[in-house]
Design a protein around this ligand. Sequence first.
Ligand code: GLN
Length: 493
Amino acid sequence: MKEYLTLADLQHDLRAGNTTCVKLVGQYLARIETYQHLNAFVEVYAEEARQRALEVDARLARHEAGRLAGLVLGIKDVLCLSGHGVQAGSKILNGYRSPFTATAVQRLLDEDAIIIGRQNCDEFAMGSSNESSYFGPVRNTADPERVPGGSSGGSAVAVQAGMCHASLGSDTGGSVRQPAAFCGVVGLKPSYGRISRWGLLAYASSFDCIGPITKSVEDAALLLEVMAGPDEFDSTVSGREVPRYSQKLAWEGQARIGYLRESVESEAVAPAIRQRTQAVLDELREQGHSVEPVDMTLLKYCLPTYYILTTAEASSNLSRFDGVRYGYRSEQVVDLESLYKQSRTEGFGAEVRRRILLGTFVLSANYYDAYYTRAQRVRKLIRQETERLLSQYDFLISSVTPTTSFRLGEKMEDSLQMYLADIFTVQANVAGVPAISIPNGLDEDGLPIGLQIMSRAFSEENLLAFSAHLSTIISNPEKENRLFEKHLPVEEK
Ligand code: GLN
């Protein structure tokens, strides 16, 4: 099966008559079958996808097809598609079917995207390893004994293994970027309010963002462009004009780059990741960009702030799952209270229950000011510091994660270790700014490494253009070898 890095390449073949949507869907379905053991999909819409492929092929023949003709897409199990199941990787939504379609998904469908299935994820998008799903863990294609990252693990693996051309994930604290990094693909978290959240199952509403997972920055730009913009169903979406991101990917001139000192100097970051990040920074310096270290003084407060605020919001958002209105209801019920209690106890997994309890605690009358109000204040400080840095620099660069993919089960007993996987990603969500993860080579075990680039709110145009430029530096194999060699430990040179 031919691997297409960009939809433009694929559409070139479609137009030249070298392939058809029907053929492509058949190939992806075969891949899904081959890689069933990775557990990336919760449900595959085989017949429907084939049928739609026929329709899109017919539209292509009539020259009436949309801009995304040929795009075969998987969607994370938190995005609503009318008439289809959606259950956020949770037992509590067993049997629930959505009566409507998420705005972001609808906009892709309107441009002729074909949806091939819904993808496995951590329960209610809470997790960094895709091990908390009711449907069982997802495995990394690079090493099936290792996790794909989370919470959009199924979505990242599906793109990594060529089971679909692109995926839609959601990112509340890193859930698009961290699995993208672990799987060697591109993951974009747009600015808060760039894409409508209508039809996205809520985890923490003031952080949640829908984001594309793709093989190239070009496709991330194209998908963002189609999905972004105002929506009457979500009042938090910005009315700002949506640039034609995909047409503005040429990067020219010099950038002012700040890099997070910890991510290249701290002993807590794996040596291969530090070397790869450093190598890119060196190359940028050689190209004449200004590259300076940045100390994010509030870095250590990002995770606590994130966990206090997101658990508070989650405890409120998840209160609607009461056993009465949607999905699962316990059989062990004697009265209304036991119906709530039993349904929620049996329907939610351990991590979700932990976060609901934590969130309920930080919102309780006696502790509200000590935790919730204080965390809101710290959030403001983090946002101000981030904005200050982004007024001095065009981009903030760091590694995406402190380690590459870890083994299944390795961090399940230790929540703190699991939460640390997001140390570099949560800042963008706390501050509401866009951030992207692009592949930055492999470590000594052949596991993918990601590079994170962050920019000012609603400056995706620059972020994407610069990331496209960076990708060309990194994916140039000749240069890559040179870059990597330069940073090998002395004894291996
Ligand atoms: N891993 C983080 C968490 O567990 C981020 C999740 C996300 O972005 N949805 O909260």
